[in-house]
Design a protein around this ligand. Structure first.
Ligand code: ZN
Length: 400
């Protein structure tokens, strides 16, 4: 690993400074730092320096990235999309290991250094996706941190055997257990939530539940999740992804739900969904102290052909859909794609302080807000001091 001296960058858009990377960490910050023999000197030219971007909600095991264009065929409902995905993936016969590696290279090129991926676990696929993504993550462990959520994409209680498979996935290394619409998909919220919370309690893992159910169905589910988080002492270890209901209940109902999220330190993920889908009011949740994070969700897969794994573009979409125009709003969106996700993943030594891991992205922008608005070229991406991408291109050898 080579030490680097980055000259003339703006950490998170602050004053121009030099930044020295030694042994994979941020070792010095200051004006006109001397280069040491052997340093690679990088002229940042006033570019923004950000901590590595964090994609804290992805599905890297089933992306179609790197394969021929696949016209979108799914019907409008959640169950249509689940059925369509099973049909298409069975036909294409893609390898989760190869597909996740393809997407990972794209993510690195865009400056992502940490990924939490939900990985399908269920009676049809068993643990094959888990094993594929684990093999890929092991192969790339010096380039990116991957955290796996064991995800019951086809439901829990309606698919006997799923709870046992989820627990086996946790025994085999998944650090988080997932859930899926305990009412809308399973029609048995008590069964699903008791089941996954019991696994979390037994193994000390985190929980991250996909909750698409809108309105009162979603609101009741949030209450049930909060109740179990409190009674099992899991505050700070539970997240709800999507939580569309927070964007579709009356203000008084929303106030009560926000209080529950805050009291139980339950984090909320939104990727600012497309179309008329309601989504959580980001600025309000932030102001009330709810932790927020974001992710790509599916990237060019059977759910949608649109996403592309670029977390600066994701921050832009959050800003766009929330109507953020001021710098604090744009920075909040970027915070969700950096510190918000890193905190969720418990990433040690994350950030731009002295002693932090040198997971850094040089972006052709002056301020954090400009980076969100323009999501321009990533000039350089470092993972623990190693250069993993330059000028928007991943430098890892192409495994294809
Ligand atoms: Zn998802």
């Amino acid at each position: 690993m080579q030490d680097l001296l980055i000259r003339g960058g703006r950490p998170w858009g602050g004053a121009i400074t030099d930044l020295a990377v030694r042994k994979g960490r941020i070792a010095e910050l200051g004006a006109e730092l001397p280069a040491r023999p052997g340093d690679e000197v990088v002229d940042a030219g006033g570019c923004l320096i950000l901590p590595g971007l964090v994609d804290a909600h992805a599905h890297i095991d089933k992306t179609l990235w790197g394969t021929p264009w696949h016209p979108h065929q799914a019907g409008p409902s959640l169950m249509d999309k689940i059925a369509n995905e099973r049909r298409v993936l069975a036909t294409l016969g893609l390898s989760p290991e190869r597909q996740s590696a393809r997407l990972l290279r794209r993510m690195l090129a865009c400056g992502t250094t940490h990924v939490r991926s939900h990985v399908d676990v269920g009676p049809e696929v068993g643990l094959a996706h888990l094993h594929g993504v684990q093999a890929m993550a092991e192969q790339h462990r010096e380039a990116i941190d991957v955290e796996i959520v064991a995800f019951p994409q086809t439901g829990v209680m309606i698919r006997p055997g799923t709870l046992e498979l989820l627990e086996q996935a946790v025994r085999e290394g998944a650090r988080v257990i997932g859930g899926l619409d305990p009412i809308g998909v399973d029609r048995d919220p008590k069964g699903q939530l008791d089941g996954i919370f019991a696994i979390a309690e037994r193994h000390g893992c985190g929980i991250d539940i996909h909750l698409h159910d809108r309105g009162e169905l979603g609101a009741v589910t949030v209450e049930m999740i909060a109740e179990r988080t409190r009674s099992l002492g899991l505050a700070g270890k539970v997240a709800i992804s999507h939580a569309f209901c927070l964007g579709s209940v009356e203000p008084a109902r929303l106030d009560g739900l926000i209080a529950l999220l805050r009291e139980n330190d339950i984090a909320i993920m939104t990727h600012a969904p497309s179309g008329p889908t309601p989504f959580p009011p980001v600025r309000l949740l932030h102001e009330r102290g709810v932790r927020l994070f974001t992710g790509s969700d599916g990237v060019r897969d059977t759910w949608s052909p649109l996403n592309n794994g670029d977390m600066l573009e994701r921050a832009y979409l959050i800003a766009y859909r929330n109507g953020f125009r001021d710098d604090p709003g744009l920075e909040l969106a970027l915070h969700m794609a950096t510190y918000g996700g890193a905190q969720l993943m418990g990433a040690p030594r994350y950030g731009l302080a002295l002693g932090s891991d040198a997971d850094l992205v040089l972006v052709e922008a002056e301020t954090a807000a400009e980076a969100v608005a323009m999501h321009p070229l990533r000039r350089l991406v470092l993972k623990r001091g190693r250069v993993v991408a330059r000028a928007g291109q991943c430098l890892l050898p192409d495994g294809d």
